[in-house]
Design a protein around this ligand. Structure first.
Ligand code: G1P
Ligand code: ZN
Length: 544
């Protein structure tokens, strides 16, 4: 069992984005590409000798191969033990929990989230630190710096190890422990939510639901938790067999990509509740009969009702949301008298606030909700939270949403994505709006006056670190907003995201179509940013 040193040369495109390094599978298949990045992670870390590393992924194509590579390199670099999900699988939230529960030094998660998978699809890798959360920018920057100066990596000359059977086996001087990918996580969920009550609702004969795992990682988790522990019938669970290519689909739980589920939920005899999760299990979409709950509203509703669940009965400390996420949760925080934090996009910005106990719930408009139970967003957690609320309130999803708006008013919200557009054009568009900057203040568009226009910068309240250029904001005096950002997770050209929000308190105007309610602002964005001109597109690729 020889430890070997392999000479290599840097790649200049290994800068981690919003959530780790994401590239086409073919890019990762270049000789040394994956190894360089893994060694750069280790080079950026200190004092891990003899410690525990968690490794797992969303099961997409290349997952199994990458895990063998990482385990050999972890052993050669001196880790004492690796905990690996059975079959190389771990959902992102489950990996976060395993890191925390087993007091690991950190973890490597293999996922490109909801991006399509397969030989021509995407692959991704990210490093999570000992709190279970994504590495903060200080560490991702150090990893990037290492990728630019790497000259050799360490590995072992060994055959592949068995990933499919639970149990321990040596790999060089490191111990590999293959663990059940689901049980730790399922037990955690049982401590947070009232499984008896949910079980009673599900078996009451008065309730029906569907959960769509989109052929991705949450399949086995849904079978264990929803079917085995909560008693749903097998036909409740859709697409629960994970596939390496996610069945050829795009496992992003939104109105466009989870079309099959949406079709089931929008008829007069639809089930009472529908939900889906994404490729790596951290996103969620919540639907009722003929009803879609925006992720921003979902965060606000979970916060307002958290006291109805065992895990949050004592109340919540505070709420954090990413800047582009709607301000619906702000109103709940105000009413509860708790702190509300506005952070840049990406879950890594919530870690410090969660660690410091300043917030309990976090959310992003991009179908991400989560809490202090782990340090990632968590798809099934959100589904179980909703089931717990439904089991206690015994109202429909639409009624819960409607009464929330009655109490707090409604933040009409939508995101328009222009995917895979020309990167130069998108860059010029952003530069133009950035240049307009403060000169927009005081100008009037569609009857509204601009109160503020800037490039969002965030000062972390816990460690004082500063993150700049986190999205262009155009905020009107009535609180309406337009936000423009370039995606940090896309793998082709550039993806422009434009976010629209407007608050409505008039009781008769709470049930408009969101696109109609936002028409004015959508027009203003075109007027200011010349989107058609710079993207060459007439319409967004995806509207959520
Ligand atoms: C997107 C979402 C962001 C989320 C990230 C990882 O990032 O917008 O909220 O945290 O995926 O799931 P983006 O592509 O916008 O950089
Ligand atoms: Zn994801």
């Amino acid at each position: 069992m020889n430890r070997i040193e392999i000479s290599t040369r840097p790649f200049d495109d290994q800068q981690p984005g919003t959530s780790g390094l994401r590239k086409k599978v073919q890019v990762f298949q270049q000789p040394h590409y994956l190894e360089n990045f893994v060694q750069s992670i280790f080079n950026a870390l200190q004092d891990y000798r003899g410690k525990v590393l968690v490794v797992g992924g969303d099961g997409r194509y290349y997952n199994r191969h990458a895990i063998q590579v990482i385990l050999r390199m972890a052993a050669a670099n001196g880790f004492g033990k690796a905990l690996v999900g059975q079959g190389g699988l771990l959902s992102t939230p489950a990996a976060s929990h395993v890191i925390r529960k087993h007091a690991a030094f950190g973890g490597i998660i293999l996922s490109a989230s909801h991006n399509p998978a397969g030989e021509d699809g995407d692959f991704g890798i990210k490093y999570n630190v000992d709190n279970g959360g994504p590495a903060p920018e200080r560490i991702t920057a150090a990893i990037h710096a290492e990728t630019l100066r790497i000259s050799r990596y360490l590995t072992l000359e060994t055959p592949d190890i068995d990933l499919d059977h639970v149990g321990g086996q040596p790999l060089g001087e490191m111990q590999v422990e293959v663990i059940d990918a689901v049980s730790d996580y399922a037990e955690l969920m049982q401590t947070l939510f009232d499984f008896d009550r949910i079980h009673a609702l599900i078996n009451s004969g008065l309730f029906s639901m569907r959960f769509d795992a989109m052929h991705a990682i949450t399949g086995p988790y849904a079978v264990e938790i929803l079917e085995n522990r909560l008693g749903v019938t097998p036909d409740t669970l859709l697409n629960c067999a994970p596939r390496e290519d996610f069945g050829g689909g795009h496992p992003d739980p939104n109105l466009v990509y989870a079309r099959d589920l949406v079709d089931i939920m929008f008829t007069s005899h639809s089930p009472d509740f529908g939900a889906a999760s994404d490729g790596d299990g951290d996103r969620n979409m919540i639907l009722g009969r003929n009803c879609f709950v925006t992720p921003s509203d979902s965060l606000a509703i979970l916060a307002a009702n958290a006291h109805l669940t065992p895990g949050y009965r004592q109340g919540i400390a505070g709420i954090a949301r990413s800047m582009p996420t709607s301000q619906a949760a702000d109103r709940v925080a105000e009413k509860l008298g708790i702190e509300l934090f506005e952070t840049p996009t990406g879950w890594k910005f919530f870690g410090n606030l969660l660690d410091a106990g300043r917030v309990t719930l976090c959310g992003e408009e991009s179908f991400g909700t989560g809490s202090a139970h782990v340090r990632e967003k968590d798809g099934l957690w959100a589904v179980l939270f909703w089931l717990n609320l439904l089991a206690v309130r015994r109202e429909s999803v639409a009624d819960i949403l409607g009464s929330h708006w009655q109490t707090y008013g409604r933040n009409y919200y939508s995101r328009h994505d222009y995917e895979a557009v020309d990167a130069d054009g998108a860059g010029q568009l952003m530069a133009r709006v950035r240049e307009l900057g403060t000169s927009l203040k005081g100008k009037r568009y569609a009857g509204r006056e601009i109160a503020l226009s800037d490039d969002f910068a965030y000062v972390d309240p816990i460690d004082g670190s500063i993150s700049e250029h986190q999205g262009l904001r155009i905020i009107f005096t009535d609180g309406s907003r337009i936000v423009l950002r370039l995606s940090g997770t896309g793998t082709q050209g550039a993806t422009l995201r434009i976010y629209f929000e407007r608050y409505e308190a008039e009781r008769e105007r709470l049930h408009l179509d969101a696109q109609q309610a936002l028409t004015d602002l959508i027009g203003v964005a075109e007027e200011i940013a010349k989107i058609r001109h710079y993207t060459g597109r007439d319409a967004p690729t995806v509207i959520t």
